[in-house]
Design a protein around this ligand. Structure first.
Ligand code: ADE
Length: 258
């Protein structure tokens, strides 16, 4: 826990190194600490104290990471950034989704509890923090209005990218990489307002709910969660998504009260 009078840090979490590579370049660590087999890096960015960590993949790994971050650093908010598969109509590769709520699509304790309900919480969806998500969405629109400046024309062309649309709404999480059209069609039939699917966000949202820590999340769409979902995934993540994350976080951190 931070015991000085300086404001508590902002926490940044991504699952994979490729998702955070361009972000880490902007935050040379002032200190590092190994906790629960994860490397937590602290630095200042736009005068903000920031702590960043890689969670690894899946809901349990994400929950462990968020819990350690809150307990050890007393973060005042957590922002998750990474990639996701697009589900919603018009949610294209290269777009961004800012989460307004999260749901675990693989959670089913029926008939004891309703489908997707988190047992004993009385909730199927965990909402993200509204003011922080508003600021994040505005930062995303501002930072990504001219993506050529971030990626270069060649990368835009290689990946067939356009100016990213910023969508806001429901993101699904589950311990499954969705890579068949059959699975993504089933998810959309079950949850028609779902915009994207990934493997960590709902777990971090639940931990933040438990601790009362404001949470926001943004995901760059790397695939359409169909039979082509694996194609160029690591290259896209490192060469596109991590640069979008760095630009959006840079804009966000400049706007948050220090
Ligand atoms: N993250 C990025 N793409 C994904 C997909 N198709 N399924 C789950 N998580 C993802």
């Amino acid at each position: 826990m931070t015991t000085t009078s300086s404001p508590a840090p902002i926490g940044i979490i991504s699952a994979l190194r490729d998702e955070l590579s361009a972000v880490l370049l902007r935050m040379p660590p002032e200190s590092r600490q190994r906790i629960a087999n994860r490397s937590f890096r602290q630095c200042h960015w736009h005068g903000q104290q920031v702590v960043a960590v890689l969670s690894r993949i899946g809901k349990v790994a994400a929950a462990t990471t968020a819990t350690a971050m809150i307990e050890r650093y007393g973060v005042r908010a957590i922002v998750f950034t990474g990639v996701a598969g697009g589900l919603g109509e018009g949610v294209q590769v290269g777009d961004l989704v800012v989460a307004r709520s999260f749901l675990q699509h693989d959670l089913n304790a029926s008939p004891l509890f309703a489908r997707h309900e988190v047992p004993l919480y009385g909730l199927t969806r965990f909402r993200t923090d509204t003011p922080l998500s508003d600021t994040l969405a505005a930062a995303a629109r501002q930072a990504l209005s001219e993506p050529v400046g971030l990626l270069g024309a060649q990368a835009m062309q290689d990946f067939g990218l356009h100016t990213p649309q910023v969508h806001e709404g429901l993101i699904l999480s589950g311990d499954q990489f969705i890579n068949t059209a059959q699975d993504s069609v089933r998810l959309v039939a079950e949850l028609p307002d779902a915009l994207a699917v990934e493997m960590e966000g709902a777990a971090v949202a639940q931990v933040c709910h438990d601790y009362g820590v404001p949470f926001a999340a943004m995901r760059t769409i790397s695939d359409r969660a169909d039979d082509n979902a694996h194609v160029d995934f690591p290259r896209f993540t490192e060469q596109v998504a991590s640069h979008y994350s760095a630009a959006v976080l840079d804009t966000l951190l400049a706007q948050l009260p220090a």
